[in-house]
Design a protein around this ligand. Sequence first.
Ligand code: CP3
Length: 343
Amino acid sequence: MTSRERFLQALALEPLDRPPVWIMRQAGRYLPEYRALKEQHSFVKMVQTPELAVEVTLQPLRRFELDAAIVFSDILVIPEAMGQAYHFKETGGIAMDFTLSTAADIGKLESNGIPDRLNYVTQALQLLRKELGQDTALLGFGGSPWTLAAYMLEGGGSKSWSKAKALFWEEPSLFHQLMEKLCDALSDYFLVQIEAGVDAIQIFDSWGAACPGRDYPEMSLRWIQQVISRLPEGFPIILYAKGMAEHADNMAETGARILSVDWTVNLPEFHDGLPEGVGLQGNLDPAILDTNPDLTRAETRRFLEDMQGKPGHIFNLGHGIYPSASPDNVAALVETVCAYPES
Ligand code: CP3
């Protein structure tokens, strides 16, 4: 069975001897070959140059037997295509070039013509589909409308996300206007990713956990559902939201096929409680990759045993890989999953 077949089978919630494995987001930084490339080119330049984006995407695949590749890009390409650019800070981390603060700022955002302005992503995906052939799965991705709005309204990351929440509470119609624009941009963007040949799309609701639980459906999930409703029926969507596992039923109502959860979640239990027709992705603690290969192998195996025989599982870390992760430990993890149950 090829990696891609395995991945598609997991997406179809069919039983497998072992789950497909890939490594979640911001995946380049622990590799010396990524850091070397970044000495020569800025982060945004790498994202915007299809050949460089393809190179960064393929780096982990050359080292490890991963079943799927996620295109190197960023969720912030959407605000940038709408007229609010982002940059990588000298001190590390990421910021928007300006903060979205007035109705006029929101009015000016452009939600038409996104596929043209993000043609560099489509080109990277097309090149990747060729490079990978038909044997490895390819994932596209984007941020959720709420998570993108949060970055746009705060001008970057935030501890409290109070400006973003204030818009929801104080000016609901302006909040709706922004969310409608984001939904238009995102659905057009996902449609071209699908045309370029991705096997699934992961939506990152990274800051879903900033929402009060009772407002989560209105602040975030409703808009994710709107985006998904405009995609071809049944196209597999993986929805990641850290810290929101107790909202699994509401998350599943968005139309997502797979819920991706962080490592605080007891995965076999969570699997048993999932609604019919929904699978899960996760969720080894990425901190294990700061230890050693023996511990990584043992922990990975323990986790595989817990999930043995449960269909619709994609093996992944419960959050992005840390820059401090050791490539030897990543190798130990991937080898253990691929050799399972013999490993
Ligand atoms: O695995 C991959 O490399 C796929 C590409 C990918 C990146 N970002 C590249 C990246 C993906 C899927 C993302 C998603 C992303 N980007 C999210 C959602 C996931 C999450 O973390 O919850 C978010 C919130 C962003 C926005 C973003 N991009 C932030 C907040 C940062 C800086 C913070 C950090 O972790 O350092 C980035 C930078 C970024 N995006 C890097 C990479 C490889 C780091 C670049 C570097 O340090 O050289």
